[in-house]
Write a new protein. Structure first.
Length: 298
């Protein structure tokens, strides 16, 4: 039987659910955005996935967007969690090559290289848990793209972190009007639900919701079609106004590793706006990863 999961998106929104929503401190959010989340959650329920959107934070090109969230409580993976299809306490990632080509001419092999470099940066941090790549076997690992009509419901738990690929701007516009113009990528975090009560779980009592897996989506066509902001500008090791795959993947996978946005100031790969090449972790990023993973069994 497929495990039940709850969805939280790294971008920022939310819909309170049941007893846990009443037990945790309430967050803040734009009512219009919450209404969009409710619509998304209805679709998720209709698909029988037993997931709900909890939170969204955008990584943008240009002006950022405010955070909207339901609960103040965060999300963490649980060491030794038997519900994950994991290799012990190793954290795994998978690059879905089926959507890896970009409209700006990068091949799936090139975008995969940018993602692999980004993951290597996190893996090299002294506080990080073992981080290992799983091969793409051709099986669809993506779940959330089906909600917006951009794919079928894939198989969850093929890896802890799924790089879901480059999707058209319509994917980002569907629930975030204008999002196709400025959002370069987003990360969705799924947390486990209790199969009996339907409530999100905290099996180790650390006051964090238990992370099941994450998905990262990249915007293949961000930019303004009227020409005031460049479109189709992905590249490897490129300078502004083009956008570097590795820089964005470092940022988004910081979210996959349970980090939020930092500053600015200080300058960090986890700053919420794209500001050019930023491929190497900075001291604040290291401090953040140590706060999450420093006690993880190595």
């Amino acid at each position: 039987m497929r495990s039940k999961v709850w969805l939280s998106m790294c971008l920022a929104l939310a819909l309170p659910m049941g007893a846990l929503a009443q037990q945790t401190q309430q967050g803040e959010g734009d009512p219009a955005v919450l209404a969009l989340m409710e619509s998304a959650n209805e679709q998720l329920r209709a698909m029988g996935l037993n997931v709900a959107v909890e939170q969204i934070e955008f990584f943008t090109y240009g002006e950022g967007r405010p955070l909207t969230r339901a609960h103040q409580s965060g999300n963490r993976r649980v060491p030794g969690d038997p519900r994950r299809n994991a290799d012990g306490n190793t954290i795994t990632y998978l690059v879905d090559l089926s959507d890896g080509n970009t409209a700006s001419g990068l091949t799936a092999a090139e975008t995969e290289l940018g993602v692999d470099r980004a993951m290597a940066s996190w893996a090299a941090d002294s506080c990080m848990a073992p981080l290992v790549k799983r091969p793409d076997t051709g099986e669809d690992p993506d779940v959330f793209d089906a909600v917006l009509g951009y794919g079928s419901v894939g198989t969850p738990f093929l890896a802890d972190i799924v790089e879901a690929g480059w999707l058209p701007r319509g994917f980002f516009e569907s629930y975030f009007p204008g999002g196709g113009r400025g959002i370069v990528a987003l990360t969705l975090t799924f947390t486990f639900l209790d199969p009996v009560t339907g409530e999100p779980t905290d099996i180790n009592g650390d006051n964090f919701l238990d992370v099941a897996f994450t998905e990262v989506y990249y915007n293949d066509n961000f930019g303004d079609p009227n020409g005031d902001r460049p479109a189709n500008t992905w590249g490897l090791d490129v300078q502004l106004p083009r956008v570097d795959v590795e820089t964005v993947a470092v940022h988004e996978n910081g979210h996959s590793l349970e980090l939020g946005h930092f500053g600015p100031p200080p300058t960090a790969v986890m700053n919420p706006r794209y500001a050019g090449l930023k491929q190497d972790l900075l001291p604040i990023d290291h401090a953040g990863i140590c706060s999450v993973w420093g006690s993880w069994p190595k």
